[in-house]
Ligand binder design. Sequence first.
Ligand code: SF4
Length: 304
Amino acid sequence: MTTIQPSKTKELVINWHLTEVCNYSCKYCFAKWGRPNELHRSGQEINTLLDKLADYFIKGTPTLKGELGYENVRLNFAGGEPMMLGSTFITALKLAKQKGFKTSTITNGHYLVNSKLALPENTLDMIGISFDSQSLDTRSKIGRKDRKGNSFGTEDLKQALASLTLSQRGIKTKINTVVNSLNLDEDFSELMMELKPYKWKILHVMPYGNNELLISKKQFDRFVYRHSGLGLPIFSESNSTMTESYLMIDPQGRFYQNSTNKVGYKFSESISLCGVENALNQIEFNSRTFASRYHKADIDVVVL
Ligand code: SF4
């Protein structure tokens, strides 16, 4: 049996779902928290939350640091679509950088090419861009378009990656593709060979809401197999390998995780009000269990 030793270069990842709001309406989307009281409405509250997180995880010596031996803490801004928040997203990004976090975001890409606000230079260490199809028709059927019918396409993806590479020194670019019944037979080989992302993450569509998109494990494996052997940086993730091995914060600034009986989520109070340690205790967070799960998982694969 192989024992996995804690790595000294390990990065702790905190996944902050900044907002539930999104300009797209993918049929497989599960970002549904209800919108009231999202924290991003107040710059002061964002600042307070980031201070609490930095004091605890970066400057402090929590048990988790001992368990994981992490050296960096990466704050991953997720959604909904985090870039929809415009200047607030940029403020949060800059603040996170100033406070010592590595930063990343997961985006549908739309605002990388359709925003008047440029990303400030060197504020993003990593980005994950969702891209499910080179065909507008397929993207539309999946729901990857806004109300006006705009959809982030192949040329947009190329343009976005080129400009990110220029403005964000050393950025790691990842492309996330959710394989479903509509893009199952599509060939991405040529595109991925041209784009050369740092990683291409291939995910099996999750059973959520819309069953017409579901595919079997065999079909998923066949998609992955078809794209293998070409030297592409593929990381595939089927439903059975998905685990929660990162800390999660909801749009209201609370930790949350699956409840032990796997029905719904368990939420802490606001981290800003009760402090990081109390909030972790409220979701019955166990740093040892977390650390053992963390070492088993490839965090890059799971989160971004
Ligand atoms: S782009 Fe992402 S957040 Fe938006 S609807 Fe699609 S899956 Fe959900």
